[in-house]
Design a protein around this ligand. Sequence first.
Ligand code: ATP
Ligand code: MG
Length: 426
Amino acid sequence: MSKQIQAIRGMNDCLPADSGIWQWVENKLRQVVASYGYEELRTPIVESTDLFKRSIGEVTDIVEKEMYTFADRNGDSLTLRPENTASCVRAGNEHGLIYNQQQRIWYMGPMFRHERPQKGRYRQFHQFGIETFGINGPDVDAEVIMLSARLWKEFGISEHVTLELNSLGSNQARAIYRDALVAYLTERKDQLDEDSIRRLESNPLRVLDSKNPEVQAAIHDAPKLIDYLDDESKQHFEALCQKLDALGIQYRINPKLVRGLDYYNRTVFEWVTDSLGAQGTVCAGGRYDGLVEQLGGKASPAVGFAMGIERLVLMLQTLDLTDEVPKPVDVYVTALGESTELYSMKLSEELRDSIEGLRVLMHCGGGNLKKQMKRADKSTASLALVLGESEMQAQQVVVKYLRDDMPQEQINRSDLVAFLNSYFKD
Ligand code: ATP
Ligand code: MG
């Protein structure tokens, strides 16, 4: 036998055992955004490398070391998208969706980052996200956060996630803060790690985001961004907090919250959980009022978030909140004897015609009753319909309960649809 080829490290197959929960999650996400009037924007997974360099920032983990970048056959530098905000802005500018307009859009799909694979961190992962354009807020900031809060409610995980909130202020205010932070960090340079020392020169705010406990201790008393906010950003932030209070959305102000991408200003937020271990951020977002112009469009305010679907799925599985996920099969239809095969096939088709959404698996491959019932048991079906020569003659079916301790029943074929409708109603 020749050697089997394996999947790329950090890139996962979604096997049938998991695809049910994925579909269920994706459907719910679509329903929620639809209920807020958002529309989908689908962009290619490959973009010009420059798009991400110009938006995410040259001195960020993503651009420095995580991008899948390669030369196209004509020599152009292309990159598998590491996130989708830049692509949305690129597409919005290119197609005139943002110019003098308000837009509310959502997206879902694979993203690629060359990170060290571990639980909740992969090289191909999936994000669901929303972006709004043309609205200054803070009303729309509150809407974006409210929408994310509704997601947790829908999935039953509200008690397991916490909202952390901060404001990065204007670019000018951040520049003043930056100087204060650099002065503070320079005095404590000996307590910083190599990464943080490098960042101190290139992107000092990112030092606040360090996960290294020693660095965290060193920055414990660092100056706080929130004390440096310009008046307008301060008002924006206070108004947002008031709206969240009025909406009953709880949050924790985290003055050290900065995002790993350069384009954010004013509002930034993360939904974090302690049910996932180290990879605790499920959803992250904020305002990025400068990005549209930075990528060549007419300036337009914007706010959005991105959520990691793997982390959400992991949470639902860890917390055992998957009861609502539909089973792949509801009814298993057997066919005993060659003469009944076509009859079973037609009956199965009739059930699919009559009962919307019913999942009917028809036995193929023959075999005796024992063999067919074993297959039925192994499927997720709750009922098996047993059909043999005599049932066919009598225009009846035998219903066997596969998951309940109940005696089998003989049912007239003409009553079958009504019977199944009543059995599966809830
Ligand atoms: P982290 O701090 O966990 O590295 P990040 O700041 O890099 O996250 P964002 O770029 O803001 O993350 O992406 C938004 C969300 O996408 C994250 O909160 C997370 O849920 C998910 N995510 C990011 N990177 C990965 C990855 N490599 N594998 C799985 N999910 C990811
Ligand atoms: Mg990251």
